[in-house]
Design a protein around this ligand. Structure first.
Ligand SMILES: Nc1ncnc2c1ncn2[C@@H]1O[C@H](COP(=O)(O)OP(=O)(O)O)[C@@H](O)[C@H]1O
Ligand SMILES: O=C(O)C1=C[C@@H](OP(=O)(O)O)[C@@H](O)[C@H](O)C1
Ligand SMILES: [Mg+2]
Length: 172
């Protein structure tokens, strides 16, 4: 049983622009715990993500991301990962001991959200087709690491956050 003194830690995973960062921040506020976005941690320490991908490649980014996830999990609170964190076996292993929420979104709903995105994996022609292909590649990993799923396609972020809070409180 989790003691009241421990933060209600939970992790958010899911495809790019599912709402991990925006919904996660709202969940943390409601639960009155710290909010950590691992991408923001990596950027603060190592600079912009597109530059990391361009200069060092994706594998190097995954190493930085795994270290950020490990540090965040020792701190606790609501932790939003980047969409590709689950591609790394070491990161998936780190998540095994924690409640993980999978945020989904339909291609239809995500189209507006990724327009003008600076995410390196969506650069080039037809970002929506890339987004779909990448999501399909990763779906099995999202299912593997998560214990529940919330869809963010057509609902206000605060409502989704409140449902996640209710779910997490039931897990105590
Ligand atoms: N439920 C939602 N309804 C409408 N827009 C949303 C919703 N969730 C997220 N967004 C928008 O989608 C974009 C991507 O959200 P973000 O939280 O950065 O996603 P992620 O961290 O999963 O990539 C942001 O502009 C955000 O405001
Ligand atoms: O799906 C991915 O591989 C990535 C998702 C991004 O995070 P968001 O899912 O928060 O956009 C960011 O970590 C990087 O651009 C790589
Ligand atoms: Mg994010």
């Amino acid at each position: 049983m989790t003691s009241e003194a421990e933060p209600l830690t939970l992790v958010l995973v899911g495809p790019m622009a599912a709402g991990k960062t925006s919904v996660g921040r709202r969940v943390a506020r409601r639960l009155r715990v710290a909010f950590i976005d691992t991408d923001k941690r990596v950027v603060a320490e190592h600079g912009p993500i597109p530059a990391i991908f361009a200069e060092h490649g994706e594998e190097y980014f995954r190493d930085l991301e795994r270290a950020a996830v490990a540090a965040a999990l020792t701190e606790g609170g609501v932790i939003s990962l980047g969409g590709g964190a689950v591609t790394d076996a070491g990161t998936r292993e780190l998540l095994r001991a924690h409640p993980v929420v999978f945020l989904t979104v339909s291609a239809d709903a995500v189209a507006d959200r990724i327009r003008g995105s600076s995410r390196p994996l969506l650069a080039g022609e037809d970002p929506l087709a890339r987004w779909q292909a990448i999501f399909e590649e990763r779906r099995g990993w999202y299912d593997e690491v998560s214990s529940t799923t919330f869809d963010t396609s057509r609902r206000p972020m605060q409502r989704i956050a409140d449902e996640i809070v209710a779910w997490r409180r039931e897990q105590r």
